[in-house]
Design a protein around this ligand. Structure first.
Ligand code: ADP
Ligand code: MG
Length: 773
């Protein structure tokens, strides 16, 4: 039976856990409960061997030699835009030892990480961490791990959660739920309210390695409602380490009379410098951890630093708990201030909080606990016994709850979630579940969800706090009866700001089933459905009401390669409408768009979120070609239509040899329209045009007259029969071999026909793609 585990995918550390009878944290291959969220891309020295990823403790070691190709805290980059202020700020600073850039396959906003000269997405890097947790857990469990509940920060938006799910898929994990970290923490504390007693308000104080997250939850009958959140994305144990390191260096400088210790270290030869920086980091962190339980700690780094006379400069500093408290006081004060600020922001006072739950490695620090006790009262502050494992344990408990089957706690036999007693040993599973306080968690929508209509109106589909999963379905109308493209835009409103959650494009191809009558008067109707699952992930679908088989269903992705292509397509269409291109150009652009949409919708795999390079190339060629062809006023499609009409309407007037030649060129152009490069496509258009000019002869003239008739038919029907009749008469004259008669008929009608055709060809249309209510 494949297993379902809980994973805390942390900024600094990641942890996997499983719940059987009790919750058990799963050791990794190194024998540790905690895996540093550190990934390195290690180039193999030997020729022909492949580079490999190393994750965890060994990657942290490797970082000392090769920081440029090692990533710590990739979680900060997940689902972020390259343009985000935070990303631009950390770019090129000391916080980032590796290189980030705009991802070549994505939009302006996509973010790529460069390792060993190769480009990776944050999802790909994160998947390496999940992959290790999975593999190592499988080794402990001696079974396949197929499912996981993965925790995410409460502030993660849809895009960040989506990225997390993609990372899981890449690691071969099926996500049972993305669980907010504070909720996971509350579950692992086993807060009474989770078991359905009275409602409680709890404050989760998660002080980790690089981030500081605060949330207030009200918990009642298994429902967790987020009341407020706060914290600091850039505050954590690392800052405390830095402060302690500065102190240690200061003391050393004093002892040896070194004026500028930073410069002194900078001037050490390369190897020594790196070794010293690495050791300092390790020793300082070890001392800090020691000081959470002991009253003093020593930091010794002997024989590494050398002065200009080649004499060694040893670091040998004692730090007492009192000194430590003083050194880190500014940080502790900051956490308390942020706590107060957060409560104020939701108009809460400390007495409204029933419990304050401390998780995260840095919440072990005694002065942090003391400061919180002072603020909230001793009895309310609960420090988790295993603060760095709490979140994974909460995830494991939910994962167990969500599995279809689990092991009977008494005999170990498989039991279904719906069984009340064990089929094997008759153990009372129901009573056990109740006693264990295993819960049903109700999630609710994090925001309001809207769709944008053609008139720019925002139409509400799902309201904030709607219990999840939920589904909202509504029928809309296209804006035009001839409309072939539909472009749907979905939004959240977050802090009164519109935030796009993604777009959906659907092409309505000329289809046997969409009969002319359907479209004659009324625009088609479209049913649009927005689904939000328990992890707050969104799937949208759209189907024509009258033809439900013309439909599309997708999880929205943003900043990916498909979005880039859709944006380009949108720009081309907007520009074509603005510049009022000729009708036949619009027709061509519509056809090219339909074909491109089909491919673009297949660029990103629904399963894994990965980009299919081949499909991307094809779709990208089509979008580029659509733009260029339209702006240069070229149209393959209308040339084909023209040839087709000529063959159908005037077939008998064209010699069979010419017909065959025309057909061959038509076929080639069709192929080039679909698959050819821009140049090949242009050449095929020109060849067919050329051939039509040469081989159709008088049929070209007849086509002009007929076109005039068709145009009048639409706009001024009484004038049409004259043109149609003349065409008949000319054909008759030719049949009788009376070419003089034919010539005179042509001469007579042509000025008028040309006038009408000119007017016709000057016409422009719009390409419609909106919907309305
Ligand atoms: P994250 O959620 O960011 O992945 P964790 O909750 O795993 O982080 O916390 C990691 C941080 O906790 C590190 O900075 C580590 O040094 C610190 N830490 C771990 N144990 C202790 C301890 N006993 N006392 C103080 N800090 C600790
Ligand atoms: Mg954490």
């Amino acid at each position: 039976m494949s297993k379902s585990i809980g994973i805390d995918l942390g900024t600094t550390n990641s942890v996997g856990a499983i719940k059987k009878v009790h919750t058990e944290v799963l050791k990794n291959a190194e024998g540790d409960l905690i895996t540093p969220s550190c990934v390195t891309f290690k180039k193999k020295k030997l020729p022909f061997s492949k580079p490999e990823f190393v994750v965890g403790k060994h990657a942290v070691e490797w970082m000392k030699q090769d920081p440029k190709n090692t990533i710590m805290s990739v979680k900060r980059l997940m689902g972020r835009n390259f343009q985000d202020k935070e990303i631009q700020e950390i770019k090129g600073t000391r916080r980032l030892n590796y290189e980030i850039a705009r991802h070549s396959k994505g939009t302006e906003n996509s973010l790529g990480i460069i390792l060993g000269g190769k480009e990776f997405t944050p999802e790909e890097i994160s998947s390496k961490i999940l992959g290790k947790i999975r593999k190592d857990s499988e080794a402990v469990l001696k079974d396949e791990v197929e499912y996981a509940v993965i925790t995410v920060p409460a502030y993660f938006n849809d895009k960040q959660k989506h990225a997390t799910r993609t990372a899981a898929a890449l690691a071969g994990l099926k996500v049972r739920r993305l669980l907010p970290e504070p909720t996971a923490a509350a579950i692992s504390f086993g807060v009474d309210a989770v078991r359905g007693d009275e409602a409680q308000t709890v404050f989760i104080f998660d002080f980790g390695g690089g981030t500081f997250d605060l949330s207030v939850l009200t918990i009642s009958g298994g429902q967790f409602l987020e009341v407020g959140k706060g914290g600091d994305m850039w505050l954590g144990g690392e800052d405390i380490d830095r402060m302690l390191a500065e102190y240690v260096l200061g003391e050393t400088a004093k002892e040896y009379n070194i004026e500028n210790i930073t410069e002194f270290i900078e001037n050490q030869d390369g190897k020594r410098k790196n070794r010293f920086i690495g050791e300092l980091k390790d020793k300082v962190e070890q001392a800090k951890i020691r000081l959470s339980t002991e009253h003093e700690a020593y930091i010794e780094i002997l024989g590494v630093l050398k002065d200009s006379d080649k004499d060694t400069v040893d670091v040998d500093v004692e730090v007492t708990r009192e000194q430590f408290d003083e050194i880190i006081a500014p940080t502790v004060e900051k956490t308390v201030a942020l706590t107060q600020k957060m409560l104020e922001s939701i108009h809460f006072t400390p007495d409204l909080i029933d419990k304050i739950l401390l998780v995260g490695g840095s919440s072990r620090i005694p002065s942090v606990i003391a400061a919180l006790k002072k603020e909230f009262g001793d009895e309310k502050v609960m420090v988790h016994e295993r603060p760095m494992l709490a979140i994974a344990e909460g995830a494991a408990i939910l994962s167990h709850r969500l599995s279809d089957t689990y092991e009977c706690p008494k005999c170990g036999n498989d039991a279904a979630q719906s069984d009340t007693v064990c089929n094997n040993c008759r153990f009372d599973l129901e009573a056990y579940t109740i006693e264990q306080g295993v819960l049903d968690i109700v999630h609710s929508a994090a925001h309001d969800y809207y769709i944008r209509l053609g008139n720019d109106e925002m139409h509400l589909l799902v309201e904030k706090n709607t219990p999840l999963p939920c589904e909202a379905s509504e029928v809309f109308k296209l804006v035009h009866s001839e409309q072939k493209l539909v472009h749907l835009k979905f939004y959240n409103i977050v802090n009164e700001q519109e935030e796009s959650i993604g777009d959906l494009w659907l092409g309505i191809e000329a289809n046997e089933k969409i009969k002319k009558e359907d479209r004659e008067n009324e625009p088609l109707r479209m049913e649009i459905t927005l689904r939000i699952d328990e992890s707050n992930l969104i799937e949208v679908s759209a189907a024509l009401k009258e033809h439900p088989d013309i439909q599309i269903s997708k999880t929205l992705s943003r900043g990916k390669a498909d979005e880039k292509l859709f944006l380009s397509l949108e720009e081309t269409i907007v520009e074509a409408n603005r510049k009022k291109y000729k009708e036949y150009i619009m027709l061509d652009l519509t056809c090219r768009s339909l074909s491109a949409i089909k491919d673009i919708n297949k660029v990103v795999s629904e399963e894994t979120g990965e980009v299919d390079e081949k499909v991307y190339e094809k779709a990208s060629l089509k979008t580029d070609k659509a733009r260029k062809m339209a702006s240069e006023g070229r149209s393959g499609r209308s040339t084909i239509y023209y040839a087709q009409a000529a063959l159908e309407d005037f077939g008998p007037a064209i010699p069979p040899k010419n017909k065959a030649a025309i057909r061959k060129n038509m076929k080639r152009l069709e192929d080039m329209d679909e698959n050819g490069s821009y140049d090949e496509n242009v050449e095929a258009i020109e060849d067919l045009n050329d051939m039509l000019n040469r081989k159709l002869g008088v049929v070209n003239v007849l086509m002009e007259i007929q076109k005039a008739g068709d145009f009048c038919m639409e706009n001024n029907p009484s004038k049409a029969p004259k043109f149609y009749q003349t065409v008949e008469n000319i054909l008759k004259a030719y049949k009788k071999d009376d070419s003089d008669k034919a010539a005179s008929l042509i001469k007579e009608i042509m000025p008028e026909a040309y006038g009408v055709v000119k007017e016709y060809e000057a016409r422009s249309t719009m390409i419609y793609k909106d919907i309305t209510k």
